[in-house]
Design a protein around this ligand. Structure first.
Ligand SMILES: [Zn+2]
Length: 455
């Protein structure tokens, strides 16, 4: 058959199959889901809408009202007047390892993650697409391509401004959302990365870059600082008493708050991460305790090995004063309205297990004196606003409002009274797909079994 005819028949065949299967139309005709008798915590402001209904259609929130009647064929989920519905949680600093980690996150109520670098290529490509199609259970994944300027920490090295421009194009072509900068980039390379990212619609997130410093990085367009402790390395003046683990004076905090207020920069509030580092600093027995945590069943065999090798347990001195300072620092940031997003660095640091670490971090922020509403906002509303600023073409999330992506969490009591209820979801919805409590338990059991048989 001549090629032109082959192409003609192929087109006809695709058209007939398309009409029979109705590809896009079929995807859109998934049944509606109606939540009734739920107390909605919308996270647009501090309030609870008692006994409301929420209609989910085509993966989005279609309506929110005191009473809605169920459309024909809709699945109805009845909260019985006692359950609370809130936006799904976000962990904005993870390192995604495998499918099991994604399942564990979902079962923990996490519906959005930001991979902060070095996920396998297949995660950012194929796996992420499968999650979006609904064929693989997991949270939505945003991804950063991580780059450094020296081999010291084993990251991908960008040696020159020219290479920086290529790297940004490579990141864009491979579906990355952000460029994450590490500490060792040269000033010229950082500037080239920032300029090229800005003109390509990506933004810069990450660490303090020693050659440049946080103030100049942020002035050059970096939109997010990936750890609270970066301010110890790239902003605060430390006392000159020769102690390498000294904490800054509290009078330094107001200068940082004023600067961040002026620049509008988002800060990843990873307080539990630094606390975990401080707890295992020079203490191998602490790493052993972490490996015996109930949640450690959800730790991959590879991470289990890495935790045992943790270099922090062989260090000397103490980071306790710094950890306490970061608690006061993050409290001041929250009090002055600097946008804070929750992040954990799970599972790269011993003690931080995907999902569990986010709940620990929320508890740590509350213990630092931040109100439960503001703490919950770091894992819902604020990540939604951060993505809206940096990736405006993405589906909105983080609040229960018409048009938002239907990423939802159903729990048995008011999280604004007790954040720990978030650890035991009655159900989790991702982009309109409902996972009830038995389905979530099935996911958890599957992870434990897969990891156990891998040993
Ligand atoms: Zn990290």
């Amino acid at each position: 058959m001549p090629r032109i005819f082959a192409r003609f028949w192929a087109v006809i065949l695709v058209a007939i199959l398309g009409a029979l299967i109705g590809t896009p139309a079929a995807a859109q005709s998934a049944p509606d889901i109606l939540f009734v008798n739920v107390n909605v915590v919308p996270m647009d402001q501090e309030r609870v809408l008692r006994g409301h209904s929420v209609l989910v259609r085509n993966g989005r929130i279609a309506a929110l009202a005191p009473r809605l009647t169920a459309p024909k064929n809709a699945q109805v989920i009845d909260g019985g007047g006692t359950a609370y519905l809130l936006p799904g949680l976000a962990d904005m600093h993870v390192h995604v390892r495998d499918h099991e980690m994604l399942a564990t996150l979902l079962a923990s109520g996490v519906t959005t993650v930001l991979d902060m670098g070095e996920a396998p290529n297949a995660i950012v490509g194929r796996t992420r697409a499968a999650v979006e199609r609904g064929t693989l259970p997991g949270p939505r994944v945003f991804a950063a391509l991580a780059v450094d300027g020296s081999e010291r920490y084993g990251h991908l090295v960008v040696p020159s401004p020219e290479a920086a421009r290529w790297v940004v194009q490579l990141a864009k072509a491979n579906g990355y959302d952000f460029i994450k900068v590490y500490s060792g980039l040269s000033a010229e390379t950082f500037a080239a990365l920032a300029d090229e990212a800005t003109s390509s619609g990506l933004s810069i997130v990450g660490h303090n870059v020693e050659s440049t410093g946080l103030e100049r990085q942020i002035a050059h367009g970096q939109g997010m600082v990936a750890h609270l402790e970066e301010f110890l390395y790239g902003f605060f003046r430390l006392p000159e008493d020769g102690d390498p683990q000294a904490a800054p004076d509290d009078s330094e905090i107001s200068r940082a708050v004023a600067f961040l207020k002026r620049s509008g920069t988002t800060v990843t509030a990873d307080l539990a991460t630094y606390q975990a580092i401080a707890a295992q600093w020079g203490k191998p027995e602490q790493v052993q305790d972490y490996l015996r945590l109930p949640a450690a069943r959800y730790l991959s065999p590879g991470d289990r090995i890495d935790w045992r090798r943790s270099g922090y347990q062989r260090r000397t001195g103490s980071l306790d004063r710094r950890a306490a300072f970061l608690g006061r620092f993050v409290h001041a940031l929250a009090a002055s309205g600097v946008p804070l997003i929750a992040g954990t660095d799970a599972p790269t640091i011993a003690g931080l297990i995907a999902g569990d670490a986010l709940h620990r971090n929320l508890a740590a922020l509350e213990a630092a004196g931040i109100s439960r509403y503001e703490v919950l906002a770091t894992a819902t509303r604020q990540p939604g606003l951060f993505i809206k600023r940096t990736r405006p073409q993405s589906e909105p999330f983080g609040m229960i409002a018409e048009g938002s992506r239907a990423d939802l969490l159903l729990v048995s009591a008011n999280p604004l009274d007790d954040l720990s209820v978030l650890q035991r979801p009655l159900g989790v919805m991702t982009a309109g797909r409902w996972h009830d409590a038995p389905a979530l338990a099935g996911l958890r059991d599957g992870v434990v079994q897969t990891y156990a048989t891998a040993r």
